[in-house]
Design a binder for this molecule. Structure first.
Ligand SMILES: Cc1ncc(C[n+]2csc(CCOP(=O)(O)OP(=O)(O)O)c2C)c(N)n1
Ligand SMILES: [Mg+2]
Length: 290
């Protein structure tokens, strides 16, 4: 029997490669907040699976520790849900950008919301395609000028509004410039049983000179201080329409529903990954393909 000697989980447990992000990038705050949340929840790196797509955000798993799967651009969700079905004991976190999640991966995003897989999706929302050098993304502010939008970007996608209407059971926004808030929000998302979307306002210091640390800091306010009830769907839909002078952060919407994994009869006996495979039963299946 394998003997696993558990070490206490510390920030050092999650120290990965040296990040190649620009100095001052908002991604550093998200990386730190995620690690802080995992340490506070005492999640060991071997209990974690981070699945990312492509982009600056998608590099995060390289700079942390745990099981990782670096998928294609916009395609992090399918391997993440597959892994969660195979082993529901894993803490599964999808990590990607606004382009990755809301644009290239838009179809997966739309449909994963209502299925309520017990995974967390962290979107590094810098309102720009950073890795490919600053094109407008689905969340760029209207009028945002970039090489692809010389006349200014069109009105943005209200991704959090879409998430609530498409059946997400946990929708939150936080800010990369507020470590404690971001770590707390990530913890709440991971602890939530079901699909948790966490949109993180992430300044891009190189390409987005509009939505800067200062710009966000002057606008964000915490919902919990204002008595918002996240179980009130209509109130949540009001909240997601606030943008501009005042930008709400915190848990916007939350409901309890059975998860996708709860509905799979084969998982009642425990994780597939730990069930004993009877070769006699699968032999006829293999023979079909010979
Ligand atoms: C299928 C596919 N389409 C396009 C690209 C090019 N591409 C790579 S990253 C990216 C956008 C990244 O933006 P975002 O997801 O917001 O991440 P960020 O770099 O801003 O963190 C694009 C268009 C790609 N690699 N694969
Ligand atoms: Mg981006």
């Amino acid at each position: 029997m394998a003997l696993r000697v558990e070490q206490p989980v510390t920030m050092e447990s999650y120290a990965g490669l040296k990040p190649a992000w620009c100095p001052g990038c908002g991604n550093f705050g998200i990386l730190r907040a995620l690690n802080k949340a995992l340490v506070e929840m005492k999640v060991q790196p071997w209990q974690l699976l981070m699945v990312s797509g492509i982009g600056q955000a998608g590099k995060l798993p390289h700079y942390s520790r745990g099981n990782t799967f670096n998928s294609l651009h916009g395609r992090a969700v399918p391997p993440a849900v597959a892994a969660k079905i195979a082993n529901p004991e894993l803490v599964v976190i999808v990590i990607g950008g606004d382009g990755d999640g809301y644009s290239e991966g838009g179809n997966h995003f739309l449909h994963v919301l209502r299925r309520n897989h017990d995974i967390t999706h962290i979107v590094h929302d810098n309102q720009v395609y950073a890795l490919t050098k600053g094109q407008a993304s689905p969340t760029s502010d209207e009028g945002y000028v970039s090489k692809t939008t010389p006349g200014g970007a069109l009105p943005p996608l209200n991704a959090l509004g879409v998430a609530i209407m498409a059946g997400a059971t946990f929708v939150a926004r936080t800010f990369a410039g507020d470590l404690d808030h971001a770590a707390r929000t990530i913890q709440e998302g991971v602890r939530h049983r079901g699909f948790a979307l966490i949109d993180v306002l992430q300044p891009c210091v190189t390409f987005n000179h509009v939505n800067t640390f200062k710009w966000y800091s002057e606008r964000v306010y915490k919902l919990d201080e204002r008595g918002h009830n996240p179980q009130d769907k209509m109130a949540a839909l009001e909240v997601v329409q606030q943008w501009g002078e005042r930008i709400p952060i915190g848990v916007i919407y939350r409901e309890q529903r059975p998860t996708y994994e709860d509905r799979i009869p084969a998982l009642k006996k425990g994780p597939l990954a730990k069930q004993v495979i009877d070769p006699q039963r699968i032999a006829p299946l293999f023979q079909e393909f010979q």
